[in-house]
Design a protein around this ligand. Structure first.
Ligand SMILES: Nc1ncnc2c1ncn2[C@@H]1O[C@H](COP(=O)(O)OP(=O)(O)OP(=O)(O)O)[C@@H](O)[C@H]1O
Length: 262
């Protein structure tokens, strides 16, 4: 459903993304990993159409995405294909708008439905992301970080996208909440068939969410393959270092502190 060919982004002399090529099948799940500054976000933003590439192409469902300004109708068509969820949901939510109203607005934007149809769809979205009526009536400030991220995911799903891009979407959450959101995303993928592109610097999370992983360093792809292969037998020295830095099962900061105290 997505083909990225020789994607490139230059900021003046600096090449932030260089010859990035990969494909994502319908309903697939791919993670892009790499340390800070390796070009992950820039790649995601070009795929979502938020940033114009300096070179290369993004083909969605067989059609090349045109660069430049789009008319409202084209923007809507595009939004129905690809939605993006960011690290800080609070920044992307209207602080004065109740959760249910924000979702109703998103549903209304993407689908022509009568009022009761919108209400039914909002109820479905809330249910899908595990939010209840009380949370639907709340303002974003009354929600936890994990709940706000659920709202952001529900709002993205209102477009019924074929691809959901999650840019460090769980990075700011507690580890237990991260696990809940990963479980939710896995369920959404199974239930709706939405493909996932997961941008992260957390290799540990990659195991739980994606089939394939692409490793970026200095704007380039240095390794790409099935998660089990890349994490099990990393070939590139950079991937080997990343894999070596994944905390082993059972490791917790508390235990390390206890060890230090002992
Ligand atoms: N608008 C811009 N102008 C100039 N340089 C930029 C711009 N946006 C990004 N860059 C540079 O491009 C490089 C890649 O940035 P990018 O945000 O894609 O990395 P990343 O891998 O997503 O990092 P992080 O995990 O910290 O978000 C960085 O060196 C960054 O400073």
């Amino acid at each position: 459903m997505l083909e990225v060919r020789n994607l490139r982004k230059e900021y003046g002399e600096f090449v932030a993304v260089d010859e990035v090529t990969f494909a994502l099948p319908e309903q697939g799940a791919l993670a892009i990993v790499g340390e800070s500054g390796s070009g992950k976000t820039t790649t995601a933003r070009m795929i979502a159409g938020l940033e114009a590439p300096s070179g290369g192409s993004v083909v969605v469902a067989g059609e090349e995405r045109p660069a430049g300004r789009l008319r409202a109708r084209e923007r809507r068509v595009r939004a129905r294909q690809i939605q993006m969820v960011f690290q800080d949901p609070y920044a992307s939510l209207d602080r004065r708008q109740r959760v249910g109203d924000a979702l109703a607005e998103a549903v209304g934007f993407h689908q022509r439905l009568p009022a009761d149809g919108v209400r039914a769809r909002v109820a479905e979205l809330l249910d899908m992301v595990g939010l209840d009526d009380r949370q639907a009536r709340a303002l974003p400030k009354a929600l936890s970080g994990g709940q706000r991220q659920r709202v952001a995911i529900a709002r993205a799903l209102a477009a019924e996208p074929r691809l959901l891009i999650l840019d460090e979407a769980i990075a700011a959450l507690d580890v237990s909440i991260q696990a809940q959101i990963l479980t939710l995303l896995r369920r959404i993928r199974t239930e709706t068939g939405t493909a996932l592109l997961f941008i992260t610097h957390d290799l540990g999370a990659v195991r739980h969410i994606s089939d394939e992983v692409l490793v970026m360093q200095h704007g380039r792809v240095v390794e790409h393959g099935p998660v089990a292969t890349v994490l099990g037998a990393p070939q590139h020295p950079y991937t080997q270092r990343l894999v070596a830095s994944i905390p082993k099962p059972g490791w917790t900061p508390r235990r390390r502190a206890e060890r230090a105290a002992a």
